[in-house]
Design a protein around this ligand. Structure first.
Ligand code: PMT
Length: 399
């Protein structure tokens, strides 16, 4: 239920605006208060009276209309919102929000709000896949804006492809997810690995990779929000871990292996999002290695332990094991091999060569692979990916 929650719904001028009527109706039935703001273009597709009747509130369109009360409407609505939903969100609205343009009631109120924002994009496939729209999407997601959809299918313009607004039921489910923090991991111990490891060459040099720790830390935060007791084995990152996590800092893959072996047996769920170095230098030089007049520098590398495989070999009854597969080719084939080889229940296949996915960025594009099937997720924030992984973990545990 959404009793006591207030949702501001922005409706922009896309043909999917008619579906926003059902969104209002569903939100009201769940007990939410809803204020609707329409753009001028939206009013050409659906009459404001329809939304007024469904929301039992006057609809705002014009920033300067003085029909109701003394307050500054766009600011009061921005402050009143527990969640700001825009459905449909056109390419134009997304561009304005990404660039801070506030030239009508909806964009002004959106810019002023501190509430979480959820966009349900809807547009022609060409507009959705346009580089400008995708860049705006990445900007918005990196600022924490949530998205639902778009789906793929037949579009009003006659095309078929990505750009179809999600169905009202799906949009409302996402609103509920965002507003009613689930505590569905209460009582579970979750261990997450995050970030890169570093392998010393000499006292001033090391080998490492581009992992920032964002993916693993997003999972740790999501698990804490959902009530789990969380341990993070954290590599060499600059980001702060969630305050209530039990954090063990590690440097090398051997350190990560040791920490894992010390903690893994008592965990209910282990999620390995770290990028441990597969190789280490055989003989670490005790002093800084000097240049040798142009002679090639040769480092002998030896293989590090495979931590996920070791955890898989000592898997405890009732434990759920999740690994990641960072791939640049044959994504699903390679991920599936790792799922079996490391005795995992779920592998998150991560094509790190795609824009907006993998190392360093705030978003990701992944496929969740289990022994019974796969689910490909669109580009979304690492926070949203984290929740989808945790949803899947619960699904596996409840079978
Ligand atoms: O940290 P970010 O900047 O947010 O980037 C996120 C990420 C790209 C690092 C993350 O999403 C990711 O894909 N992590 C896995 C990276 C990796 O090491 O992939 P892999 O395919 O080489 O390894 C497969 C699995 O085995 C992983 O779960 C890994 O943690 C684990 N592994 C790898 C090497 C090793 N020696 N021991 C392991 O346990």
């Amino acid at each position: 239920m959404l009793t006591g929650k207030h949702i501001v719904l922005g409706v922009t001028g896309g043909i999917a605006a008619y579906k926003a009527c059902e969104v209002v109706s569903r939100l009201k039935k769940l007990g939410a208060g809803v204020d609707v703001i329409m753009t001028e273009n939206a009013t050409k597709l659906v009459a404001p009276l329809t939304f007024e009747t469904l929301s039992c509130r006057p609809v705002c369109v014009d920033t300067f209309s003085r029909t109701e009360s003394w307050d500054v409407k766009h600011i009061s609505l921005a402050q009143k919102a527990d969640l700001f939903l825009v459905a449909p969100a056109t390419a134009n609205l997304m561009a304005k929000l990404a660039h801070g343009i506030a030239d009508d009631m909806l964009s002004t109120t959106l810019l002023a709000t501190k509430a979480p924002i959820l966009l349900a994009p809807a547009m022609n496939t060409g507009m959705w896949t346009a580089e400008a729209t995708q860049a705006n999407l990445r900007t918005l997601q990196s600022r924490g804006v949530h998205t639902v959809g778009p789906g793929t299918g037949f579009l009003a313009c006659g095309d078929s492809g990505a750009g179809r607004m999600s169905e009202p039921a799906e949009i409302v489910k996402k609103v509920q997810e965002l507003l009613c923090a689930k505590r569905d991991l209460e009582g579970l111990r979750v261990l997450v690995t995050a970030g890169p490891t570093v392998e010393r060459i000499d006292p001033v040099r090391y080998l490492t990779n581009d992992s920032s720790g964002k993916m693993g830390l997003a999972i740790a935060k999501a698990a804490i929000d959902r009530g789990a007791e969380v341990t993070v084995l954290l590599g060499n990152v600059h980001l702060a871990p969630p305050p209530s996590a039990n954090v063990v800092k590690v440097q090398s893959t051997q350190d990560l292996y040791d920490a894992m072996m010390a903690h893994c047996d008592r965990q209910d769920v282990i999620i390995q999002a770290a990028a441990p170095a597969d190789f280490r230098v055989k003989d670490i030089a005790p002093e800084k290695i000097k240049k040798q007049d142009g002679a090639p520098m040769v480092l002998e590398l030896i293989e590090n332990p495979d931590i996920a495989k070791a955890v898989g070999q000592r898997k405890q009854p009732g434990q759920t094991l999740v690994g990641f597969a960072a791939e640049t080719e044959n994504l699903l084939e390679n991920a599936e091999k790792k799922l079996g080889k490391k005795n995992l229940d779920l592998i998150v296949a991560n094509d790190v060569s795609q824009e907006g996915a993998g190392f360093g960025v705030d978003t990701n594009i992944v496929t969740l692979l289990t022994h019974t099937g796969l689910e490909s997720l669109p580009l979304m924030s690492k926070q949203d990916v984290a929740h989808r992984i945790l949803d899947k973990v619960l699904e596996i545990r409840n079978v």
